[in-house]
Design a protein around this ligand. Structure first.
Ligand SMILES: C[S@@+](CC[C@H](N)C(=O)[O-])C[C@H]1O[C@@H](n2cnc3c(N)ncnc32)[C@H](O)[C@@H]1O
Length: 221
């Protein structure tokens, strides 16, 4: 299966790390919940390593879920792939096939949500996780320090030179802030760490490349 978002040049390594840590830590026959499963690329990366896992994928868009169903056939020994149409802004309306999950993953979906919705989803995820379960979140972080912005611009230029592909950038910090909007509202790293702790989850930074973060939040055993 091909990555549907190929213009992120550092994405392949970060998603490989995401898939590796999930594949290494979810117990045999465990359940994975994917928030914003899209056409299933990230779930595919995990399930190709761990076909024994059950998957539940949620997405707003039925056409993406239809594609995910095609891309992610059921696994061996009854391992299921279930898909639920739902809006992460309307959590009480989402009906999941199971009450608890060994791991929850969310890749490049949180920046579509307002900060209040992000925090609500984190609280909801904490309720969905089994003791010892983990939430793995991959997304852009909001840049908050104007003084550090030239360093991020340098990182973007380096990525373009090394990988031959440009990432979303901005001419200056004011232009960066002006570009934040309904479909581009990443949260700051400090906010994520606070929201995870508020939900009684232990945060960790698994990989950070400039403003692209792979974070985890673990429930105590
Ligand atoms: C960039 S894509 C994520 C790609 C996906 N994780 C993958 O593995 O390919 C973002 C996904 O989040 C979904 N999404 C955005 N807002 C949502 C919401 N409020 N509730 C549920 N899904 C949402 C979009 O429909 C889209 O499929």
């Amino acid at each position: 299966m091909e990555d549907p978002i190929q213009r992120h040049p550092t994405r392949a390594e970060q998603l490989d790390i995401l898939a590796t840590v999930l594949a290494d830590t979810v117990p045999e026959g465990g359940r994975l919940l994917d928030l914003g499963v899209g056409t299933g690329y990230v779930a595919h990366l995990v399930l190709s390593r761990r076909p024994d896992l059950d998957l539940v994928g949620i997405d707003l868009k039925q056409d993406s879920l239809d594609a995910a169903k095609t891309n992610l056939p059921n696994g061996p020994n009854g391992a299921r792939r279930d898909f639920v149409q739902g809006d992460l802004n309307r959590l009480p309306e989402i009906v999941l096939p199971h009450a608890s999950y060994d791991a929850v993953v969310c890749a490049l979906t949180f920046h579509d949500l307002a900060d209040t919705a992000k925090q609500a989803v984190i609280e909801w995820v904490a309720q969905c996780l089994v003791p010892g379960g983990r939430f793995v979140l991959y997304d852009r972080l909001r840049l908050t320090e104007a003084a550090a912005f030239p360093l991020q611009q340098s990182l973007w230029r380096r990525i373009a030179q090394v990988h031959g592909a440009a990432m979303r950038d901005a001419d200056d910090f004011d232009a960066y802030v002006a570009d934040l909007g309904q479909t581009n509202r990443p949260a700051a790293l400090e906010d994520y760490l606070t929201w995870f702790r508020d939900a009684k989850l232990s945060p960790a930074i698994l990989h950070l490349h400039g403003n692209i973060a792979l974070l985890s939040a673990s429930r105590a055993s």
